[in-house]
Design a binder for this molecule. Structure first.
Ligand code: TRP
Ligand code: ZN
Length: 879
């Protein structure tokens, strides 16, 4: 095992910087391989810092050209400089100006952090620690400065020059060069700095804020793709309006620009006034983007825009507080999408993601609290736990204090903490004050990792007409946290009569439940309801009111009662999922004991009924999407055999599909569209249900379903229907499938984002030939390991969306991924570390696969010179 691991950074060691940098004047002379950056920093000793301390500026792979203090070149013995940092040994004990010149090579910056080029466009990514790859700096979020940026470039190479804030002077220079000056009046941490220079097409728009500020909006894309930028602009305008109406947040500059680039490590970045996006989350047309793409674009445009208040105006004191901006901003974008589309369907989709990503993370070796207390590589903490569980904590807070106090708490936070670098404590204090509640116990959610389980037993006394619910919570141990304490769990509940009527909630031993909310804050607690005329079905954790696992003993009949009658749509969906999960688990047991699973006609029949009567297509589509293989693996929890899960799921889907094939075929006919494509929630819901039905029909009755899929593939006038058809064909081996893949690959050979879908579908085929197919696709001219979208589409889909093939019993899937991780680590460690995350559930596998995964993890760990990113993940995975 390596011993030269990066040191652990600890929350408890936080102290303010010894110096502050009030102003930054940057002069950036862009050049493909020799960019010059002159930074003039206005520095002063921090009033709370150590007097006379050295000034230790961060750097990363930097080349220092010159350094001057108050205009005079510094003598070489006054400082120490390396690629990793620059230290002034005894700086003046008064304000001073430091002028630092560095030289960069953006063309060979393959890490996509700092200043780099993407398809010839100069762009930057500074979160979390990328600014130190541009100039030496106090690269920490509690050092906030006012920036002025002068950008100079070849006018032909980079006619468009963009920076943070408002535009200032521009002009033409000799030798075909030009410049533009941007100034951002709002003090900000270095991670929010950005600049862009390149040949870009522009789609313009405008927005007038509530208080009358006219804001000029721009979406910049690759020239020729302007016709795919309209939806992003529309989503931006809707986001700006919504944030004013819902949170009272107004925009605060005269321009707001979004730039789409094709090489980007994450989804997008909220740089002040200049958001930079992965082009996948900007570009959309009906021929190239699916309904899911449109929804993701809307959500991410909103997310980055909402950061302007929750992230930028109020930023994080240190990176341990990452959830302060990310959890809150995810909550805000989820609420936005819920208001724009269907609230219950959005909630179901978000809970699916939470369980698939965060629950998986929380039950394995990479589990960590929403606010971690230690890290070695901050890039590895942009996780489902920080983002999605972080958003769940905000949602629970709102549930616990109520909507009015939540609003008051947000107003207080936005006012009191504006312009500061804040902590989770600062945030919670606002809600404690606004609600008068003590939130100290609630705050444990931020420090304790692991997914709590809530076990519920119900006792009905027919004589006394009472129902007692006994609750017990427990959280399994996680790395570094062997002992757990009970947390505050808001449980929304109701009682459903056998005929479906909602029963009154009249507690006998407890104050009345406001809005049906029971708060479990001890290891065990119970509540008794009186005047319960019949034995009811408890509907618990409505709307998924807390991120916990619920263990409730319900009969199949109880589940059907909830599925048919619960007034809470989330729990209607949950009842169907629970029922399907129960059947899947039984089918896995049957496969493993080589017996035939008994099939249960009641479940299929209930789905058929839903199809016949539903008016909410998107909701019904969510019901029809039965638990995935990964869902079943999580439910089983240990000794996982992916082949058995695959076989069981196939059997069950075939059974359900054939039992209701008539209804499925009728639905398919009935939902055919007679209108031109529009990415509205309504139309998307129809397509989702129609395509989910087709998928199930092809599973249950291939003779009927597969030809329908072939016809749909050939005639679809939009990408949603076309890719759905190809997805169905992908599961049915044969010449028709190969011909369809061939045709699609040729048709979209010059459209990388569409080709990504094609890579992903092939990588997800659950057949032994897939690994070879993936190897072959890596040689496709449209593929490149240096582009994160391509790599995630092909390699990421194989490792994360193909349970049975990544986890092949012979270990070939693991060896393949390990080779790629090692190959990528030198060029793009952040991407390599993300891919390595596919091993996060390895300990829950059956012994042969567990052994195979461990072998590959150890092989990676033994490699010399690993990046901090990969070494951190592999070390924690093996711990
Ligand atoms: N802050 C970005 C967000 O909105 C996340 C992000 C984008 C990021 N690019 C990054 C984080 C690069 C780390 C590295 O969620
Ligand atoms: Zn974010």
């Amino acid at each position: 095992m390596r011993t030269d691991a990066a040191p652990a950074i600890r929350l408890e060691d936080y102290r303010p910087a010894d110096y502050l940098i009030d102003t930054v004047e940057l002069d950036v002379r862009l050049d493909p391989a020799r960019t010059r950056v002159i930074a003039e920093l206005g520095v002063r000793p921090h009033p709370a810092g150590r007097v006379g301390a050295p000034l230790a500026l961060d750097g990363d792979e930097l080349t220092l050209v010159s350094i001057a203090l108050d205009g005079l070149a510094l003598s070489p013995n006054a400082y120490e400089a390396s690629a990793q940092g620059l230290t002034l040994i005894s700086p003046p004990e008064r304000p001073f100006r430091l002028t630092i010149e560095t030289q960069l090579d953006p063309t060979s910056n393959t890490k996509l952090m700092g200043l780099y080029r993407s398809s010839g466009v100069y762009c930057t990514q500074c979160e979390a620690e990328g600014f130190r790859r541009i100039t030496y700096f106090l690269d920490r979020p509690d050092v906030m400065s006012v920036y002025t940026t002068r950008i100079e470039a070849d006018a032909g190479d980079a006619p468009v020059l963009l920076g943070n804030g408002n535009p200032g002077a521009r002009g033409v220079l000799p030798n075909g060069r030009h410049f533009a000056v941007w100034s951002d009046p709002h003090p900000k941490p270095a991670y929010l700095f950005a600049l862009v220079g390149g040949r870009l097409g522009r789609v313009g728009g405008e927005f007038t804020t509530r208080s009358g500020r006219r804001v000029e909006l721009g979406v910049y894309v690759e020239p020729g793709k302007e016709d795919r930028a309209g939806y992003a602009m529309d989503a931006l305008i809707r986001s700006m309006r919504w944030d004013e109406e819902t949170f009272g947040c107004e925009y605060d500059l005269d321009v707001f620009n979004i730039v789409a680039v094709s090489d980007f490590n994450m989804g997008a970045m909220e740089n002040k006034g200049l958001n930079i996006f992965n082009d996948k989350y900007v570009l959309a047309s009906s021929e190239t983007a699916t309904d899911a793409d449109y929804a993701a674009i809307e959500a991410i445009i909103a997310h980055e825009y909402f950061h302007n208040w929750t992230g930028n105006r109020i930023t994080c004191r240190d990176w341990f507080q990452l959830c302060l901006k990310e959890g809150l901003t995810v909550f805000r974008d989820q609420e936005f999408s819920a208001d724009q589309r269907s609230r219950p369907v959005k909630r179901i989709a978000d809970v699916r993601t939470l369980r698939a990503q965060q629950f998986a993370e929380d039950s394995g070796p990479l589990a960590h609290p929403v606010r971690p207390s230690t890290y070695r590589e901050i890039n590895n903490f942009y996780t489902a736990t920080v983002y999605e569980k972080g958003a769940e904590l905000i949602r629970m807070l709102k549930t616990l204090v109520g909507p009015e106090a939540f609003k008051a708490g947000m107003d207080l936070y936005l006012n009191r903490c504006d312009g500061t670098a804040a902590t989770v404590e600062d945030f919670l204090a606002c809600f404690a004050e606004a609600s008068g509640m003590d939130l100290s116990h609630f705050s444990l959610w931020y420090r304790q990792s692991g997914t709590p389980s809530v076990a519920v037993r119900s006792h009905y006394d027919a004589q006394a007409r009472t129902l007692r619910l006994d609750f017990a919570q427990s959280t399994p141990p996680t790395p570094g946290q062997p002992e757990k304490s009970p947390v505050v769990i808001p449980i929304r509940l109701g009682l459903v009569g056998r005929g479906g009527a909602a029963l009154a909630l009249t507690p006998a031993d407890h104050e009345p439940l406001a809005e049906g909310l029971f708060v479990l804050d001890r290891t065990a607690d119970s509540i008794t309801f009186r005047d319960v005329p019949v034995v009811p079905v408890p509907s618990l954790l409505r709307g998924f009111s807390a991120p916990v696992r619920l263990e409730q003993e319900l009969s199949s009949e109880d589940l059907l009662t909830l599925f048919r009658h619960d007034e809470d749509p989330f729990n209607r969906w949950q009842a169907a999922q629970s029922y399907a999960m129960r059947l899947m688990v039984r089918a896995v047991e049957a496969v493993r004991s080589q017996t035939t699973p008994e099939l249960d006609p009641a479940f299929a029949q209930a789905l058929g009924e839903l199809l016949a009567h539903t008016e909410d297509h998107a909701f019904a589509a969510q019901v029809m999407a039965l638990p995935s293989e990964a869902d079943v693996a999580r439910e089983l929890g240990r000794d996982i055999d992916p082949d058995a899960i695959l076989a069981a799921r196939k059997t069950l889907r075939a059974h359900v599909g054939s039992a209701i094939s008539e209804q499925l075929a009728r639905t398919y006919e009935a939902l055919a569209s007679r209108e031109a494509y529009a990415p509205t929630a309504q139309a998307a819901g129809r397509r989702a249900l129609r395509n989910a039905g087709l998928d199930l029909l092809a599973a249950g009755d291939p003779e009927r379903g597969v030809p329908l899929a072939e016809a749909q593939f050939a005639t679809a006038d939009n990408m949603t229907d076309q890719i759905a058809a190809l997805g169905v064909l992908a599961q049915h081996p044969g010449p028709a499938r190969e011909a369809a893949f061939q045709a699609f690959g040729e048709r979209f050979s010059s459209d990388p984002l569409v080709l990504d879908k094609w890579f992903g579908l092939q990588a997800a085929i659950a057949e032994t030939g897939t690994l070879d197919r993936v190897r072959g696709l890596m040689r496709h001219p449209g593929f490149s390991l240096s582009n994160p979208n391509r790599t995630r589409a092909l390699i990421g889909a194989f490792a994360m969306a193909n349970l049975s093939q990544f986890h092949r019993a012979d270990g070939a899937g693991y060896a393949f991924l390990a080779d790629i991780v090692l190959q990528l680590d030198g060029a793009n460690p952040q991407l390599a570390a993300r891919l390595l995350g596919a091993f996060r559930t390895w300990r829950s596998l059956e012994p042969v696969r567990r052994g195979g995964a461990e072998t590959e993890l150890r092989r990676i760990a033994s490699r010399e010179g690993l990046s901090t990113d990969v070494s951190d993940i592999v070390t924690r995975s093996l711990a």
